[in-house]
Ligand binder design. Structure first.
Ligand code: AMP
Ligand code: MG
Length: 528
């Protein structure tokens, strides 16, 4: 693989700890295989025909000491399109397993992701750079290791949107078009077609997943399990003490607490991950692997964007808190080989439940403009509202944002004009919603805050701009026709989701009728 010794990119300091501190697969052959006794395999990106930068995230570039000139250089597109490396990069793919849709799936691994290296930025912060869609690895299981433009645009935008919403997530540096076609059967109807290909470079302190620990546990390779656990502890949780059963238990509690915050964040903003398999759960408690995710439009706990999950709805919006607990239980089972006593793992699971309940109450209070939830009454008030939003087919984002505009002295439904998708459903709940507003207003007045103080709290909890499914699809359609500029325009709006942004109303509108049943908007397959 070509190494650019002299390029406009920074002279990054790399410290590729995953390779240095963990056992690496001795085989260097390409081709899918089972990898035992190793945490990673060295692998090169597969060069592409015409790498072209389509969009990038300025904050992430700054985090990585990249100047705008460096990002605009040919070398940048070459490196992040997988055609070249800079000194210090040593690409690798990692080995992990996972439970998919509730069933143990064995070895999965980075089938189309590969890490270029771990940069130690000028700030001292470490960032792992990972390409998604840069060609096959030993973990590709016969697939091509590539990604289509539509799914790459979605991962790029959502990573950044989530960050700016304040929900823990991997970040995205850039989106590079490959100039090559990728063949996918998007509708699983036996009619595959070529689509433009693209590569996202994602960025995180670590991409360690539950599945990294589950696989050696399932294989009874306790030595490798312990090495991985010790590695994650040192790298991600250095304050928890030296490796050993107690520190692993403390790490599990911390993973559980962070996962609780993450999922509570998803529920606050109406995000549905879509594929909460354990291999898609981060040991840092950050949102990872944006596939067939979606955002609630009308509030419906049973909604899932993932067509593969339509029958069982395992990963529907309202299931996410319980699924995270199920996933944490699988992680606890893996850690049980190296943690004593096992009660410590149960404490971690309890920490998840307590943490999630506390975060949910805190978020509910902020969404309703309350200082804190007072006993069960406020929780009940929130639950009743959710039931009304569901029955009335009300847009979640518009409703909560509109609630901030309601006059607590004279509450009416006027601020919610745009939030209803169906006149009949609106009529069915209008009276009850008015009654609910009256109770809410009384509760808010009773608190004695100024309108201004209450509205400030609500604005920070209730975004005006989220990555509505149809907004992503619009910029994807344009990009597929050769105009990628809409991606950066949409990102610009999503950088300030809690601001009113006068002039950008277009990005805060409810789902238009054309998008109700359009694939890519209401339905997404795992084909990506
Ligand atoms: P996901 O559902 O995207 O989390 O992927 C599940 C597993 O399938 C992971 O091990 C991926 O690396 C692998 N995978 C998905 N798509 C591809 C592809 N096009 N080529 C190779 N591996 C893939
Ligand atoms: Mg995955």
């Amino acid at each position: 693989m070509r190494v650019l010794d002299d390029s406009p990119l920074p002279r990054w300091r790399f410290d590729n700890a995953w390779l240095r501190e963990l056992p690496v697969d001795p085989a260097e052959a390409s081709g899918s295989r089972q990898v035992h006794g190793a945490a990673a395999s060295r692998v090169s990106p597969t060069p592409v025909a015409q790498p072209r930068l389509l969009a990038y995230a300025a904050e992430v570039a700054t985090m990585l000491d990249l100047s705008p000139a460096a990002v605009g250089s040919e070398a940048f597109a070459e490196v992040f399109g997988g055609n070249a490396l800079v000194p210090g990069m040593e690409p690798w793919a990692t080995c992990y397993g996972g439970h998919q849709f509730g069933v143990w799936a064995g070895q999965l691994g980075d089938g189309r992701a590969l890490s270029l290296g771990e940069v130690v930025a000028a700030s001292g912060q470490r960032w792992e750079l990972q390409l998604k869609g840069a060609g096959p690895t030993p973990y590709s299981r016969g697939a091509d290791g590539r990604a289509v433009l539509r799914s790459s645009v979605r991962e790029f935008l959502c990573s950044e949107a989530m960050h700016h919403l304040g929900v823990p997530t991997t970040r995205a540096l850039c989106l590079v078009g490959t100039g090559e076609a990728v063949v996918r059967d998007m509708f699983y109807d036996g009619r595959p077609r070529p689509e433009p290909g693209a590569i996202v470079c994602r960025v995180a302190p670590s991409f360690a997943r539950f599945g990294h620990l589950e696989l050696p546990a399932a294989r009874r390779d306790v030595a490798l399990l312990e090495r991985l656990a010790a590695f994650v502890l040192r790298r991600c949780y250095p304050d928890l003490g030296p490796p050993g059963p107690e520190a692993y238990a403390a790490m599990f509690r911390e993973v559980a607490a962070r996962t609780a915050e993450m999922v509570a964040g998803w529920m606050r903003v109406g995000f549905v991950h879509g594929v909460m398999n354990t291999d898609n759960m981060s040991l840092l408690g950050i949102t990872i692997d944006y596939g067939p995710y979606g955002w609630l439009e009308d509030f419906d706990p049973g909604w899932t964007p993932n067509t593969t999950d339509r029958t069982h709805r395992r990963y529907a919006f309202g299931q996410q808190p319980a699924v995270a607990l199920w996933n944490l239980t699988r992680l606890a089972e893996a850690l049980a080989f190296i943690v004593e006593p096992h009660e410590a793992l149960q404490e971690g699971l309890d920490a998840y439940v307590d943490g999630f309940n506390a975060a949910t109450k805190r978020n509910l209070a902020a969404k309703l403009g309350l200082e804190a939830c007072r006993g069960d009454d406020d929780v009940a008030l929130g639950r009743e509202l959710e039931a009304l939003l569901h029955r009335g087919e009300v847009d979640m984002t518009l409703f909560y944002r509109g609630l901030g505009a309601v006059d607590a002295d004279h509450p009416t439904l006027a601020p919610f004009e745009e939030a209803f998708y169906d006149a009949g459903r609106r009529a069915a709940v209008a009276d009850e919603l008015q009654t609910w507003l009256g109770r809410w207003a009384a509760r808010v007045r009773d608190q004695g805050w100024s309108d201004e103080a209450r509205r400030a709290v609500m604005r920070r909890a209730n975004p005006r701009f989220v990555l509505r499914n149809y907004l992503a699809q619009e910029v994807i359609d344009q990009a597929e026709h050769g105009d990628a500029s809409g991606i950066s325009r949409l990102l610009e709006v999503l950088r300030h989701p809690y601001d009113d942004q006068p002039g950008q109303e277009r990005f805060a509108r409810p789902r238009p009728e054309w998008a109700r049943h359009r694939p890519g908007c209401s339905m997404l397959s795992c084909s990506s």
